[in-house]
Design a protein around this ligand. Structure first.
Ligand SMILES: O=C[C@H](O)COP(=O)(O)O
Length: 252
């Protein structure tokens, strides 16, 4: 059985003291259940302190982006090796905000996914359609392109350990979540794309999350769906109490 994976994506929020307070509030209270994983993907300056505070707890710490190269003349960038040495375990790749505002493409996403595996980081690969694409019935073709290109050239074993986050762009930060049935339909489709790219059983290992206005009040219904294995959560992951409720939902 696949574990449920609840990942908070703090985006560009909090200052270090608030991040540390959050870690102090949640680390001792996370459920011991092995069937749920809890991750916080935080801004770069918080990572060393959060990794330290999460030691010995169930909380894992992720980054929200990285460069695909190991090092070089890339002013302002952070490499996968830097993240790995800090003790970061996960990295969000290709979030729609990065695709839209920082010109990330399926090609750069693919390079970063390979780089993540080269440095023992688990990539959380974001895919999703705009409202215009949904209304034009282009959701599935958009998702198919993003998944196929994003995972191109990976081994079956690597594909089986990727986390894919399905995040319809119109649902992000809008308070307007996809219905659980609609979200599940796309997550099933993602699993089928991966089934066609890999050998037997790999797609069954794949963790597919839903993201987009997930709240403690809506997570149960989402996690009851057969192909939704967790959530990538922005706003509702910022408060310790709400994050704990989301992770608790993964134990049910
Ligand atoms: O990465 C997280 C998503 O962009 C969802 O953000 P949200 O939960 O604030 O809608």
């Amino acid at each position: 059985m696949r574990s449920k994976v609840i990942a908070g994506n703090w985006k560009m929020n909090k200052v270090l003291s608030e991040a540390e307070q959050f870690a102090d509030s949640v680390t001792g209270k996370l459920p011991k259940d092995d069937n749920v994983e809890a991750i916080v993907c935080a801004p770069f300056p918080f990572l060393p302190s959060l990794v330290e505070k999460a030691k010995g707890s169930k909380l894992k710490i992720g980054a929200q982006n990285m460069h695909s190269e190991d090092n070089g003349a890339f002013t302002g960038e952070v490499s996968p090796a830097m993240l790995h040495e800090l003790g970061v375990t996960h990295v969000v790749i290709g979030h729609s905000e990065r695709r839209e505002q920082f010109a990330e493409t399926d090609d750069s996403v693919n390079k970063k996914v390979h780089a993540a595996f080269n440095h023992d980081l688990t990539p959380i690969v974001c895919v999703g359609e705009t409202l215009e694409q949904r209304e034009a019935n282009e959701t599935m073709s958009q998702i198919e392109t993003q998944v196929q290109k994003g995972l191109e050239g990976l081994t079956d074993e690597q594909i089986g350990s990727v986390i894919i986050a399905y995040e319809p762009i119109w649902a992000i930060g809008t308070g307007k979540s996809a219905s659980s049935a609609d979200a599940n339909q796309v997550c099933t489709y993602i699993r089928n794309i991966v089934k066609n790219m890999t050998s037997e059983n790999i797609a069954e290992q794949l963790v597919v999350q839903y993201g987009g206005s997930v709240k403690p009040a809506t997570i149960d219904e989402l996690l009851e769906q057969p192909d939704i294995d967790g959530a990538l959560v922005g706003g509702a992951s910022l408060e310790a109490e709400s994050f704990l409720q989301l992770v608790e939902a993964g134990t049910k």
